[in-house]
Design a protein around this ligand. Structure first.
Ligand SMILES: Cc1ncc(COP(=O)(O)O)c(C=O)c1O
Length: 458
């Protein structure tokens, strides 16, 4: 890969680790945090430092150590930290107004128009948008809307799904621990297996996986003795995020769309993590040409400011006033940033670079895997790439502890790379889409070293 020099957004020299981690100044902040903030934090155990500032795809800690950011605040910073266009939009908006509920502002109208112009398939010009605050809030609103329109209670979600942690929607999030913590049962949710080729029943041929999943779903819907009350919506991630960066077979989403049409069931496509260019298309569902009935949008849309939205077909708009509430829905700063983010990411030259670089990176991750016995599967699209760590390729046992060691090793060498997956054993690449080539090269050799060193230690 060649080194880019012009229009550079990130620090030139990353990574630079010049102190023990955490360094002395980071330690001071961490100590205060430990004293005053909840013990339920988890990211501080993965990345044990305190941050001074971010610049592009680099992060500088309190002690001047410079890290390459392949984490992006959990796939939020698709344009990197402090992108000039986002900063300008934010600064202009700060001078005008920073909070008002629902009443139109120029920022709101610009956001609505820009979002409408880039909606996938038949959604453009045939959709309404409802503002929400977080990814969970968007998914919650989407599910309520599906139920309200279908007048049926049950929502089908998938194994490995993650749609957030809030009162109702936690039922659609597959890890039952979260429901235990929240004290909410998965009321009116049932789960179908997600087509996870690497771990699907080996007796089912790869080309039959989608058919198998769809036939189980159709059974749930159509068999009056399935034990499941009538199905009023299906919520799906086009590429699973927290579940392990799992790419389903290409025929899966079109088949699911057909099933939803056949039974008049709203299809909710959750693009919270896979959207805003992450996969090299603005929306991951565009790879397969399907049109969602309801789409959930969050994370990267606000360029770091918490906003989210759902877009839904206009004929679902027969809903009461105050159908879904929240004081902070549609924050003007988030919407100003949102329009600026979309203006950049919607450009096909920008997206084509993510697609072609993504293919190159996938190839390089696969080359590392070819020389390793602990990377069982490499998958993904664009900059949403997963490396599934196993204790050995043959047995496929999840290498959860190994993945933790790789993350720690990379952190110590100056690269932030996080895990995900059913077993927390998938190393996921979610760098900003604007990351420079030299940071990809250096990050990749650090990843390779971390794999080798972890494997040698076995
Ligand atoms: C696909 C998907 N949906 C919903 C959510 C929930 O978003 P939030 O954490 O903003 O509530 C997430 C968060 O990771 C996600 O990945």
């Amino acid at each position: 890969m060649s080194v880019q020099t012009s229009n550079r957004l990130s620090m030139e020299n990353a990574p630079v680790i010049k102190t023990n981690l955490p360094g002395p100044k980071s330690k001071q902040l961490l100590e205060v945090q430990e004293k005053l903030e909840t013990s339920s934090r988890s990211y501080t155990t993965f990345f044990n430092f305190a941050i001074d500032y971010g610049k592009g795809s680099t992060i500088v800690d309190m002690d001047g150590n410079v890290f390459i950011d392949w984490f992006g605040g959990v796939s939020v910073m698709n344009l990197g930290h402090g992108h000039p266009a986002v900063m300008e939009a934010l600064k202009n908006q700060v001078d005008k107004i920073t909070h008002i509920t629902e009443v139109p502002t120029e920022a709101r109208i610009r956001y609505l128009k820009t979002l409408n112009s880039v909606l996938p398939g038949k959604m453009k010009d045939h959709s309404k948008v409802l503002m929400t605050v977080t990814g969970a809030d968007a998914c919650e609103a989407a599910v309520s809307l599906a139920r309200y329109n279908s007048k049926k209670p049950t929502i089908i979600a998938f194994s490995g799904s993650y749609h957030g942690i809030a009162g109702g929607i936690v039922g659609a999030t597959s890890n039952y621990h979260y429901r235990d913590y929240a004290g909410f049962p998965a009321q009116n949710y049932v789960y179908a297996p997600y087509p996870y080729p690497y771990r699907f029943n080996p007796k089912v041929a790869r080309e039959d996986i989608s058919k198998e999943v769809i036939s189980r779903i159709e059974e749930m819907i159509s068999d009056p003795y399935s034990g499941i009350p009538p199905v009023g919506g299906i919520i799906v991630e086009p590429i699973q995020g927290e579940g392990g960066y799992i790419v389903p077979p290409d025929d899966f989403l079109p088949m699911l769309r057909e099933t939803c049409d056949k039974y008049s069931i709203p299809l909710i496509v959750d693009e919270v993590q896979s959207g805003i260019g992450r996969t090299g298309k603005l929306w991951a569902s565009e790879y397969l040409g399907i049109t969602p009935d309801i789409m959930c949008i969050s994370k990267s849309i606000g360029g770091g400011v918490p906003i989210s939205s759902i877009a839904y077909r206009s004929d679902f708009d027969q809903i009461p006033k105050a159908f879904h509430l929240g004081t902070y829905r549609g924050n003007p700063l988030g919407m100003a940033a949102g329009a600026a983010v979309l203006d950049i990411v919607k450009d096909d030259v920008f997206l084509e670079r993510v697609r072609s670089k993504g293919r190159e990176l996938l190839k390089r991750f696969r080359e590392v895997a070819d020389n390793s016995n602990i990377i069982g599967d490499v998958r993904g699209k664009g900059y949403m790439l997963g490396n599934e760590i196993v204790t050995s390729k043959k047995g496929k046992s999840p290498g959860t502890e190994l993945a933790g060691k790789i993350r720690e090793n990379m952190f110590r060498k100056g690269v932030l790379m996080h895990t995900c997956g059913h077993y927390g054993n998938v190393m996921r690449f979610m760098a900003p889409l604007t990351i420079e080539d030299d940071l990809l090269d250096r990050g990749m050799s650090i990843f390779e070293d971390a794999i080798r060193e972890t494997e040698v230690g076995l």
